[in-house]
Ligand binder design. Sequence first.
Ligand code: GLP
Length: 243
Amino acid sequence: MKVIIVNSYEEGAKVAADIIEGIVRENPACTLGLATGSSPVGMYKELARRCANEGLDFSAVHSVNLDEYVGLTPDHPQSYRYFMDSNLFDHINIKKENTYVAKGIDDPAANLAEFNAVLAKSDVAVQVLGIGPDGHLGFNEPGDTLHDHAYMETLDESTIEANARFFASKDEVPKAAFTMGMGDILRARKLLLIISGNKQEAATKLLVKEAIDPHCPATFMRLHRDATVIIEKKLADEIGYKG
Ligand code: GLP
């Protein structure tokens, strides 16, 4: 894995945007795998700025998102469809019909079948990732085994607690989500993980320890031939990452 240590969240956002920009300029019709959470927000802002001011063109780009909460309508402010529209798609010239976020409502089996069909025909140039405090990627929660394809995950208590900050109360956080499987994530041509926030334990398992452990799903990134991790210096120092 390539690890890039940055001095601030803002610097990380720019470095990540450089990577996405390079991919889009090289292949303007690429498919981007996108993520929600606070970690990629700065990168999305920077990409929107480059689209508005520097001619970065998303008009032929497709996208597919990592995950979506079960039970939230697309216009619910905490749905990941709403997040993607308000943090990125409404601010760049991507065609909405070329963006895919799994459906959170109606028939779960049909939603999953559709999600898996989209993934099966997508050649994802880069998968953007954040990391959960428990080491989850997308919503692939720690366990004895991981999933190859998209599935419905029951969220861990720690994930519900970590995401409660976005809801009026913990009780309003959905208990389940649709997520790409770990296999889907690893099939992307490139992985780009932005580590931000209190992720000491997960970051230690990913960057300092050696085990590839389904109880910390992010460690599977080490099996990928082209994985980049962006981490702030403060956190890298805290976990004793030496490079
Ligand atoms: C959620 C998302 C993950 C994301 C994680 C971390 O659980 N499903 O994809 O990586 O949050 O979020 P944040 O970047 O806000 O720390």
